[in-house]
Design a protein around this ligand. Structure first.
Ligand SMILES: [Zn+2]
Length: 198
């Protein structure tokens, strides 16, 4: 009996350990794109915070990308989720400013969320970086100055058969630093945006 008790206790301990280990693993996994039910309140003007303040608000991965110009893993869970998302609007995970929408989303097969234009151009700014030893055009949030990704042009996406993009640009964006709000008319099966302001 005592032996059985010990065995049971041991099993309990083992499963607790397994849960703990699994929990830790889950926590270390990539964060999927946050989905909100309605549009977040739009910021008024530029947002500035200290590194400590950003660290409290953002996940470590979001901080690494937004504040340290990092890049999420290509073809990861974030990208898989992004590809499955229907019509909706994308906001900055740092400051809630509207950035992109599914209207400008296209499948570039590059492994990161791609748009051919921002939905709110005034919330986007660009800069040249040389992090890889050559010039690339960095895309930043104009409101919180967070790094979002890069924009590339001249890749001939505008001439892809049946999948033309009107700008020829590819905004290659880290999905980790976006929040998604599905269009309200999604339930009707319609994905077109109705009263959307540019
Ligand atoms: Zn922002």
């Amino acid at each position: 009996m005592n032996r059985n008790y010990k065995t049971m206790k041991r099993r309990t301990l083992l499963s607790t350990a397994a849960v703990a280990a699994f929990g830790k693993y889950s926590f270390a996994e990539e964060k999927i794109i946050e989905v909100l039910e309605k549009e977040p309140t739009q910021p008024n003007g530029v947002i500035k915070k200290t590194a400590e303040e950003w660290k409290k608000e953002l996940t470590p991965e979001q901080y690494r990308i937004l504040r340290e110009a990092g890049t999420e893993r290509a073809n990861g869970k974030v990208y898989e989720e992004f590809k499955k998302q229907g019509g909706g609007t994308y906001y900055c995970a740092g400051c809630d400013a509207e950035l992109f929408s599914s209207e400008e989303k296209f499948d570039s097969h590059c492994g990161w969320p791609s748009f051919y234009d921002p939905s709110k151009a005034k919330n986007i700014k660009t800069d040249v970086d040389y992090h890889l030893g050559y010039a690339r055009t960095e895309v930043r949030c104009a409101v919180c100055d967070g790094h979002l990704g890069h924009v590339f042009s001249g890749e001939k996406f505008e001439s892809l058969g049946g999948k033309k993009t009107p700008t020829g640009k590819r905004y290659c964006i880290n999905g980790t630093v976006l929040k998604f709000v599905p269009f309200p008319d999604k339930k009707d099966g319609a994905e077109k945006k109705t009263d959307k302001k540019k």
